[in-house]
Ligand binder design. Structure first.
Ligand code: HEM
Length: 203
């Protein structure tokens, strides 16, 4: 039988799923507050007036948890020369033709790009969200910029998360198991993250 390798530790998994829960709440409540067409989400998220109070609080908790995830993973998410080549050849990866595509470390270049997109959009959401939370003490110009930029950053972030959920639940079989149970088989590690497999098994 294929041996197992630990892919995500308990603190990594707990932080990731708490980030995900806060993100979904902040994202759906934000959509309800943003557009009348999405107001039907309000009762599901705790009701109209509650929503105005809870949306920024969920956003702050999300930002704090994401900062913990950032501290843990940032050093591993730096792009190297192989990652840049991987990105240039990502069309092949998407077509399941990995001939000539460099092997990946613990995270492939696509995952690293998601990490940086989420980190950057979270900073923008946090800063513009703070302006919108306390409009009475903010200059008018800053309020106008935030009204425009806050939803734009949310849309960019949500686009990335939709791709992320699709990749980790539908495309890459076994990835969800790694984030729920914490381990993968050696065969999975070898085929998806060959460089990481060699590092952890010293082969
Ligand atoms: C809401 C549903 C979500 C699901 C089902 C999900 C699923 C997963 C899975 C299965 C992995 C492990 C992939 C692997 O084995 O390499 C993972 C990793 C990760 N997740 Fe999520 N995730 C979700 C939400 C989020 C959110 C909201 C964020 C950040 C805002 C996030 C950020 C990350 C990052 C940075 C990684 C490591 C790199 C990567 O695998 O892309 N995830 N996620």
């Amino acid at each position: 039988m294929d041996s197992r390798l630990e892919r995500f530790t308990v603190p990594e998994r707990v932080t990731h799923w708490l980030v995900a829960i806060c993100y979904v709440y902040a994202g759906l409540s934000g959509l309800a507050l943003w557009s009348r067409a999405m107001w039907w989400l309000a009762p599901v998220m705790g009701g109209g007036e509650n929503l105005r109070g809870w949306h920024p609080i969920a956003g702050v908790i999300f930002a704090l948890l994401l900062a913990m995830q950032f501290r843990r993973w940032a050093a591993q998410m730096k792009l190297d020369a192989d990652d840049r080549k991987w990105l240039a050849m990502s069309g092949r990866y998407a077509m399941h033709d990995e001939h000539g595509v460099p092997e990946s470390g613990r995270f492939n270049a696509g995952q690293k790009m998601l990490f940086w997109l989420q980190s950057t959009s979270a900073i923008v959401l946090f800063a513009t969200g703070a302006v919108l939370w306390f409009p009475e003490v903010m200059p008018r110009g800053l309020r106008l910029i935030s009204i425009l930029v806050h939803p734009l950053a949310a849309v960019a972030s949500m686009g990335g998360i939709i791709v992320h959920i699709y990749m980790t639940t539908v495309v890459v079989q076994g990835a969800l198991h790694a984030m729920t149970r914490g381990y993968v088989t050696e065969g999975w590690a070898k085929s998806h993250h060959a460089k990481w497999f060699r590092q952890v098994t010293r082969q």
